[in-house]
Design a protein around this ligand. Structure first.
Ligand code: FAD
Length: 226
């Protein structure tokens, strides 16, 4: 269990951690596993840094509350500050990770719809592995290898797990974006919570679409990867 913070910047406290696994799961997409040093709640994020020379970046945790390790999935930004360094780490290397925190927490009272694109699937994987279930999960991506964890989602959510594919490999369950899927739905349930996670453009577009279809603003919960 972790001890004193090893890296402090402003009000951010990060702790020395060790890489226990690193895999390129698709081109430029990496899954990195590390020690679980603190209690985790599904939906939490962590701040991550490779060394003390730069500001930490934030990542949604994509492992379950009871898993013995923690992991994040990230997009390599070739010209970014952290992800090129993160992608070169090896098992046994040290880096810095904060305590998990955040407010993107699953609802236990109302049925949930989970809507993600790309690595935005991370918090929903954490929720699913922690025993939460969505009434529907929409995951947008181009090709088959970008539907991370699809076997596990399929097994847990059955036909309520919908891969919205914009690629030409015919691997999705629905051809088109998550917004096209939602647009085609005549009657979206109004007494559900809608959880959106991914890049800002997608989150804003989906939020506006849901509101235009009568979903109350307060039933829409967003986590934006900026
Ligand atoms: C709540 C939250 C959760 C997140 N979870 C995830 C996650 O699970 N997975 C994930 O992959 N990402 C996630 N992110 C995004 C993540 O925090 C980083 O922003 C991302 O990984 C890029 O980091 P980087 O240091 O490699 O790139 P950065 O150095 O931040 O650069 C990102 C891009 O911006 C460009 N850029 C940088 N500075 C400028 C500038 N001044 N002007 C113009 N362009 C510039 C860079 O060239 C690069 O293309 C999350 C973000 C938030 C807020």
């Amino acid at each position: 269990m972790a001890k004193a913070a090893e890296y402090i910047r402003g009000n951010q406290y990060l702790f020395n951690n060790t890489v226990i696994g690193l895999e390129e799961v698709a081109e430029g997409k990496f899954l990195i596993q590390f020690e679980k040093q603190f209690e985790l709640k599904a939906g939490h994020v962590v701040a991550v840094a490779v060394d003390q020379s730069h500001d930490p970046r934030i990542y949604s945790v994509c492992s379950g509350e009871k898993d013995e390790y923690m992991q994040i999935i990230f997009d390599l930004k070739e010209d970014g500050l952290l992800t090129p360094q993160l992608s070169k780490l090896k098992i046994g290397d040290s880096f810095f990770v904060s305590k998990p925190y955040g407010s993107f927490m699953p609802d236990t009272e109302m049925p949930m719809w989970w809507i993600a694109t790309g690595t935005g699937i991370a918090p929903f994987y954490a929720m699913m592995r922690s025993g939460y279930r969505a009434e529907k999960l929409l995951h947008g991506g181009r090709e088959a290898d970008l539907f991370y964890f699809d076997r596990e989602f399929k097994s847990a959510l059955k036909e309520n797990y919908i891969r919205c594919s914009t690629g030409n490999d015919g691997m999705g369950d629905f051809f088109g974006r998550v917004t096209s899927y939602l647009d085609k739905e005549d009657q979206l349930p109004k007494h559900n919570k809608y959880y959106l996670c991914g890049r800002a453009l997608m989150v804003v577009e989906v939020r506006d679409l849901l509101i235009s279809k009568g979903i109350p603003y307060e039933n829409i919960i967003s986590e934006i990867f900026f």
